[in-house]
Unconditional design. Sequence first.
Length: 174
Amino acid sequence: MNPELSSLFRLDFDIYGADLIPKKLRSEVKANLTDLYNAPELEDAKTRKQHMLEKYEVTAPKAMELLDEAFDDVTAVYALPQPYRKRLRTTNGIERLNEELRRRERVIRIFPNDQSLIRLMGAVLMEIHEKWINGKKYFNMDCYFEERDEARRQALAQRANHLQIVNEDWSCRK
């Protein structure tokens, strides 16, 4: 699952899962879900999920079934380094982008053709892209690149070690 999409699955679970929970338990389950979403690590989230499944399996079985099925999607953000999780686990960035596009569209109101709409939206998106590139950094990607490069080095070292063992084994057979 793409970590950027996990926030959309979380939103869907919050919206559609609420209908599967008895009204008297909704606030309690919502508090437990928030606690699950705010878990510092994936293992903590798994523990909290298991606790919820056990606690509500009788009173809200369909909601717990949905939680169990959607858990990997909801927690995909844990594959990312810690500094990026908070910003990517919500839909705030997407909502802000849509809000800006709607604001610009309301000024024109009626477009003469599809191409004029595409030009305007393209210009708005390019402007936002420029702000992301040159302005205040939404993410400092240094941490991500360091972790990615370290993971690659470890994978290459493991592969080289495996190849060395295979070559030694092969040379012993000759």
